[in-house]
Ligand binder design. Structure first.
Ligand SMILES: [Zn+2]
Length: 309
């Protein structure tokens, strides 16, 4: 299964997080734990060989020693022992008055790299993904989209409210369909210009207003590869915090097989046999072609094609 999956290790306390006194008591408690995102990258601890990585958890006192205030921390949830977990998002801009704070916090590593390297436990990756998606939304939600007024952080970061017109804003999640297209024997995989290597993956695209999942799958495949899709089956989903998407994985049955490539989107798209797809998955394809690693839902969809189609 994908490793940037939904976390179950913390209770998000939805019914209680709108109570400032409750959040303050969690934050003031000596067992409160804070992870730090510096320009959206987590502060980690790793071994000398860099073969393992864990999120670095700080106490409020430790952050105070770095002159980092916790007042705008984002509430992630409570563990089974009742200990509150928070994320503190800092930027170079915000730490301008805290000389050397970023340097003292290192190592700081991009979350996508951590996922690709497979060095961080899945539950920590997912927790960090939750924090990153939320922090990224806040970066772009400081002003009200309706009146342009300043918005204020509420509910430990799970709501913003416009100071001027009172409109409420909630963290956004962008639904994306990602589909393995099969004709029953082969699967369709594509190479995007931006991949920059020999990787082929499943087609994907954002769901547009007014669409259901099935319509979005059929439209995207027709637009990008010129193939008509019949049956669409939901497979599984994965939060993808770059910046805040929800990938909805599907298996799509092709009714036609002639490919007409949208060259603006794709560099290549081809039908692959099961033998070829398996060789790509196991990194032994004669032409060096590969597929996304196990951190990506595309990998799970290709496995489903090999085992169940
Ligand atoms: Zn407003």
């Amino acid at each position: 299964m994908p490793t940037v999956a939904a976390t179950t290790i913390l209770d998000r306390m939805g019914p209680k997080r709108n109570d400032p006194d409750y959040l303050n008591s969690l934050m003031d408690a000596p067992n409160a734990r804070f992870l730090v995102l510096a320009d959206l990258k987590p502060v980690i601890r790793s071994n000398a060989e860099r073969t393992t990585a864990n999120l670095a958890w700080f106490s409020r006192a430790e952050l105070a020693a770095f002159d980092l205030p916790v007042t705008d921390s984002l509430f992630l949830g409570v563990d089974p022992e009742g200990c509150g977990h928070f994320a503190l998002a800092v930027t170079e801009h915000r730490t301008r008055n805290v000389p050397g704070a970023i340097e003292k916090l290192r190592p700081i590593v991009d979350l996508r790299s951590l996922a690709m390297q497979g060095v961080m436990p899945p539950e920590e990756l997912s927790l960090c993904g939750q924090a990153r998606a939320l922090a990224q939304w806040h970066e772009n939600a400081r002003c009200c989209g309706h009146c342009g007024g300043t918005t204020l952080v509420k509910d430990g970061g799970w709501r913003r409210k416009c100071w001027a017109c009172g409109l409420e804003w909630f963290p956004r999640t962008d639904p994306v369909v990602i589909m393995l297209v099969t004709d029953g024997k082969r699967c369709l995989l594509a190479h995007e210009h931006r991949y920059g290597n020999k990787m082929y993956s499943t087609l994907a695209g954002f769901i547009e207003p007014g669409e259901d999942i099935e319509h979005a799958v059929r439209r995207e495949v027709l637009e990008e590869a010129g193939i008509r899709i019949g049956d669409v089956r939901y497979h599984s989903s994965q939060p993808w915090p770059f910046p805040h998407s929800l990938m909805l994985g599907c298996i799509a049955r092709a009714e036609t097989t002639d490919i007409t490539l949208d060259t603006a989107e794709l560099a290549d798209a081809r039908w692959f046999s099961k033998d070829e797809a398996r060789a790509m998955l196991e990194k032994r394809h004669p032409d060096g072609l590969t597929v996304p690693g196990k951190q990506a839902i595309a990998n799970a969809l290709i496995h489903h094609f090999l085992d169940h189609v």
